[in-house]
Design a protein. Sequence first.
Length: 120
Amino acid sequence: MIKRYKINRHNSTVCGYPGRYYEWSKFDWEGKAIHIDKCFRCDHQHEDKAPLPYVDACLIAENCQYLHVPYDWENDSTIFRVRPNPTMYAGEVYRGYKVIRQRVVKIDGAWYWELECDAK
């Protein structure tokens, strides 16, 4: 059985901390933000566009994936790791179902934690 949960502050961690500690409006899920950096040597401005969020090829645990997402790109040009809560990892029980595999999927422009669970 496949269950999907839209990625949000309540079912995710950011760099290992609860997602609710972060201002989610600062995440750039579409890669639209631009950071302007002024070069002190040449006095020119350089524009650096935020990358699109991407799934990490390295698993955080067996059968689990996470995302790299630009955060507050205009000011800091930072990319944070967004992971599912540990209760969504393979081998854990989430909302009464044992998780066999967790992955990240993008559907109609929105990102989801997809859990493959046993059918009970």
